[in-house]
Design a protein around this ligand. Structure first.
Ligand SMILES: Cc1ncc(COP(=O)(O)O)c(C=O)c1O
Length: 287
C-alpha cells in the first residue's frame, strides 16, 4: 500500500504534498503539533490529544481549523488509507503562508499537515530490555507546556544522547530533571512509589503521563507528584519514560549508572501492561 499524507483538506501521495517556503512553520517554527499512538488500527487517547491541541492553538492564537469530530474523522481516514495497524500519527498546524514578517498575518488560513509512521510499539527490544538515558542541560524556552514545533533544543539533546550510546536525553534544570527529549520522565523509589514532576510551564503535559497516573491510582500504586534530582534518579529502584509513540519504556541506566539491578523493574512492567491493556480496550479508543 503506498503512503498517503494529508495537506489542507486533501489526501495525497507525499511527493504531491508541497508547502510554500513562506510558510511560517518553516520560517519561524510558528506552529504546534500532536503525536498520537495507533494500536490495532485505533488511535490511543485521541480525545486527550485533541484537547491538548486545542489548548496549544489557543495559547499561540491560531484558530483551530477543525472541530474535534472533524479532526477525528480525518485522522481515522488517514490511518485507514495507510492501512496502518500500529505506529504513530503526526499532525501539525502552522499560522500559514505569508510574506516574511514577525507580526501575525491577517486573513491567512493555517497550514494543516498529517502523516503516519508505521512502527512497532507493543513489542519492541526497548520495551523488553529497557534503554539507557543520559542527562543534558534543559536549553528550551519558558513555555514548554505548549507543544511547539520549535524542537531545536530537543534535536540537539537527543543527538547528544545517541552519540553517547543512549536512546533518550533527560533534560535537567537547577539540578532537577524536567523531562525527556520527547517523553515524560518517571522514577520509582525504593519504597515503591512513583515520582513524577508536577505539571507547570516547565514541561509538556504528556497525554501518556496523564493516563498512566490514572492507571497507577486505580491500581493502588503510591504517587508522588514532585520534582526529583539527577542524584535521586541515579539511586532510584526503577526509572521509565512515557510517550504516545512508545507507551511505557523501562530505563535501565542513567549517565552510565545502572538503575536498580539493571533490568526492567516490576512496577514499570506492571504499568506497561496496564497501559497496553487500556490502549487495546476499544471502549476508550477513537472509533
Ligand atoms: C518534551 C516532551 N515531553 C513529553 C512527551 C510525551 O507526551 P505524550 O505522552 O503526550 O506523547 C513528549 C512527546 O512528544 C515530548 O515531546
Amino acid at each position: 500500500m503506498s503512503r498517503i499524507v494529508f495537506l489542507n483538506g486533501s489526501f495525497l501521495p507525499p511527493e504531491e504534498a508541497k508547502v510554500p517556503i513562506m510558510d511560517r512553520g518553516f520560517l519561524f517554527s510558528d506552529g504546534v503539533y500532536e503525536g498520537v499512538g495507533v494500536i490495532d488500527g485505533r488511535l490511543v487517547d485521541n480525545e486527550a490529544h485533541l484537547e491538548r491541541l486545542e489548548r496549544s492553538l489557543r495559547e499561540i492564537r491560531i484558530d483551530n481549523p477543525y472541530s474535534r469530530s472533524e479532526w477525528t474523522r480525518l485522522e481515522q481516514e488517514l490511518v485507514r488509507r495507510n492501512g496502518m495497524t500500529e505506529g504513530f500519527l503526526y499532525l501539525q498546524v502552522t499560522r500559514g503562508v505569508a510574506e516574511r514578517d514577525f507580526f501575525f498575518p491577517q486573513g491567512v488560513a493555517p497550514t494543516v499537515t498529517m502523516f503516519t509512521q508505521a512502527k512497532a510499539i507493543a513489542d519492541t527490544p526497548a520495551a523488553r530490555d529497557g534503554i539507557a538515558v543520559v542527562t543534558v542541560p534543559d536549553r528550551r524556552w519558558e513555555r514548554r507546556d505548549i507543544k511547539s514545533i520549535s524542537l531545536l533544543a530537543q534535536v540537539l539533546a537527543k543527538q547528544e544522547a545517541r552519540e553517547k550510546g543512549a536512546q533518550e536525553a533527560w533534560m535537567v534544570e537547577d539540578g532537577y530533571v524536567t523531562e525527556g527529549g520527547s517523553s515524560s520522565a518517571f522514577i520509582v523509589t525504593k519504597a515503591g512509589s512513583i515520582v513524577v514532576r508536577p505539571l507547570s510551564n516547565a514541561i509538556l503535559p504528556g497525554i501518556t503521563r496523564q493516563s498512566l497516573l490514572r492507571l497507577s491510582r486505580e491500581d493502588g500504586i503510591v504517587l508522588e507528584e514532585r520534582r526529583f534530582t539527577v542524584e535521586e534518579a541515579y539511586d532510584a529502584a526503577e526509572a521509565f519514560l512515557t510517550s504516545a509513540s512508545n507507551f511505557v519504556v523501562p530505563i535501565v541506566s542513567i549517565d552510565g549508572r545502572r538503575i536498580g539491578d539493571g533490568k526492567p523493574g516490576p512496577i514499570t512492567k506492571r504499568l506497561r501492561e496496564l497501559y497496553l491493556q487500556m490502549a487495546r480496550e476499544p471502549a476508550v479508543a477513537a472509533e
